[in-house]
Design a protein around this ligand. Structure first.
Ligand code: ARG
Length: 458
């Protein structure tokens, strides 16, 4: 047990207390960021004349050695240290002696941990964004290939009006695009440096906080030292953005599960992304989609948990804040895994175009267009709605689609119908007449696809 703060204590910490308090089992995840933060701190201390150039060089070399040895596995991170900060400092002192004892000048673990977590999260925000971008590229490819693949659009999970697969995928494109915007907002807002805040009230050393911030790629220093050590807003925002991403993925998964069901058969999930049953030989289950849907709860849980942890904490640092790490690490790893697996599944999925088209045709999805046909020929909409309603009822009795009725059958309900009704209610007409921007018509869709393509280039 190596502790940094033994001086004022007379009793050895009880084993259970020690383990309860320790965070090394999880905060070792940001060993690299901890070392990078220390390097910037030391450079600043030397620039300000608080350390000599020689001490700076010695410490930097020591830290580089520790980083390399941890990375190659020569130096394992073990639980004989309380946290990653103690581990690095103790090893530095072992390696370079007295100069190592100066590393923590003008710093507290409170601003140190605030920095490490921020540096770690900042990288993860960018990684999450990169994964979303790959997902968008797959979506765009599907959109480009399916501007003429007709399928039913649903409301209340009842067939409503015909759309195209490109249009359906385009809805998800917009959702994940917004998710990326949220991430970029978070990155912008969180990118200020807490280092130099000390325990809570700054320090008496002439630190150059602007310089440290610049070395670490921040916009500048955080402007209140109490806030700097106790702000975890960016984690709440990130967990919230991650929860929204999971909500989007989960809805998408739900649709894929429905589309993959025996009743729909709109899609076939690639073998690599399906699993079998131990007892029922015929089964091919959409486990990956179900797992992504299932893991959504876990990410929401992290958000609720951290909100609750933070709500009663007085300023400034309190140990409760140590609880931010496991939750956030787990949520990040979960979401990154889900986006990557989902992207692979979507990239390899087969869309059964004929089944989709048949389904659109047989579900009266052109009933609105049939009513519009009458409206164009002078029938008031409310009357047209009634006429088509009666026709649909007739079709259900006769087990026919609107397209299958003879002209006589049409005329029996309204004399306004002519031969051109068939063209007017064909799936292609229904879709391609919807030309306002945002609608599924091919021309409108092509414009949106061009904008999506442009967006992904940026
Ligand atoms: N392990 C601590 C955390 O994660 C580091 C900060 C410790 N500071 C302290 N005053 N005990 O929050």
């Amino acid at each position: 047990m190596a502790q940094l703060w033994g001086g004022r204590f007379t009793k050895e910490t009880d084993q259970l207390v020690y383990r309860f308090n320790a965070s090394i089992s999880f905060d070792q995840k940001f060993y690299r960021q901890d070392i990078e933060g220390s390097m910037a701190h030391v450079r600043m201390l030397a620039k300000q004349g608080i350390l000599t150039e020689a001490e700076k060089e010695q410490i930097l070399q020591g830290l580089e050695g520790i980083l390399a040895d941890v990375e190659t596995g020569v130096l394992p991170i073990t639980d004989q240290y309380e946290d990653i900060h103690s581990f690095v400092e103790a090893n530095l002192i072992d390696r370079i002696g007295d100069a190592g004892k100066k590393l923590h000048t003008g710093r507290s673990r409170n601003d140190q941990v605030a920095l490490d977590m921020r540096l770690y999260t900042r990288e993860e925000v960018i990684e999450t964004d990169g994964l979303l971008k790959k997902l968008l590229e797959v979506l765009l490819r599907i959109m480009e290939a399916h501007t003429e693949t007709i399928m039913p659009g649903f409301t209340h999970l009842q067939k409503a009006q015909p759309i195209t697969l490109a249009h359906h995928m385009g809805a998800y494109f917009e959702m994940f695009k917004r998710d990326r915007l949220r991430l970029s907002d978070i990155h912008e807002r969180m990118n200020y440096c807490p280092l130099g805040a000390g325990a809570l009230a700054g320090t008496t050393y002439p630190l150059d906080r602007e310089y440290t911030a610049e070395l670490l790629g921040f916009h500048g220093p955080m402007l209140n030292s109490m806030d700097a050590v106790s702000d975890r807003d960016y984690l709440i925002e990130y967990l919230s953005a991650l929860s929204t991403i999971m909500m989007h993925l989960s809805r998408f998964c739900e649709e894929i599960i429905i589309w993959n069901s025996n009743e729909y058969r709109f899609v076939e999930i690639d073998d690599a992304y399906s699993t079998g049953s131990s007892i029922m030989p015929q089964k091919k289950n959409p486990d990956i989609a179900e797992l992504v849907r299932g893991k959504t709860g876990r990410v929401y849980g992290a958000l609720m948990s951290l909100l609750t942890t933070l709500k009663g904490i007085p300023l400034a640092y309190n140990k409760d804040m140590q609880e931010d790490k496991e939750l956030v690490f787990d949520a990040i790893d979960t979401v990154k895994g889900c986006i990557a697996l989902f992207t692979g599944m979507l990239d390899t999925i087969t869309f059964c175009k004929e089944r989709m088209n048949d389904s659109a045709r047989c579900g009266f999805t052109n009933a609105t267009d049939a009513a519009d046909y009458l409206v164009c020929r002078g029938v008031p909409f409310r009357d047209a709605h009634g006429i088509i309603g009666r026709l649909v009822l007739y079709c259900i009795e006769q087990k026919k689609a609107l397209d299958d009725l003879s002209l006589e059958e049409y005329k029996a309900v309204s004399p306004v119908f002519e031969e051109d009704i068939y063209e007017a209610i064909s799936m292609e007409t229904c879709v391609n007449r919807r030309l306002t921007i945002g609608a599924p018509g091919k021309e409108a869709m092509e414009k949106v696809i061009a904008a999506c393509r442009e967006y992904l280039k940026g």
